[in-house]
Design a binder for this molecule. Structure first.
Ligand code: SF4
Length: 79
């Protein structure tokens, strides 16, 4: 591993924005990204309205969460 790739592996891979007001409580996002997202007491995603920094290690979960949401409530941006 080169110095550059080590720095990339330890740095942020992107960000995950969870829109406020779009979640319908399908529960797909936190099922595929349990290390990033959780549910509230009513089954809605608990991180609505937040933008989460995503590490390289959690990039796949972030991508899976964005792909899983049928309401387009989750936006994963690679930095
Ligand atoms: S998959 Fe989408 S609609 Fe379902 S809980 Fe997650 S954010 Fe809400």
């Amino acid at each position: 591993m080169t110095e550059e790739s080590i720095a990339t592996a330890e740095g942020a891979a992107g960000s995950l924005a969870v829109a406020q007001g779009k979640c319908q409580g399908h529960g797909r996002c936190y099922a595929v990204a349990p290390d990033l997202l959780t549910d509230d007491e009513e089954g809605f995603v608990a991180q609505a309205g937040q933008v989460l920094p995503i590490s390289v290690a959690l990039a796949e979960q972030a991508r899976a969460a964005a792909d899983a949401c049928p309401e387009w409530a989750i936006d994963y941006r690679v930095s």
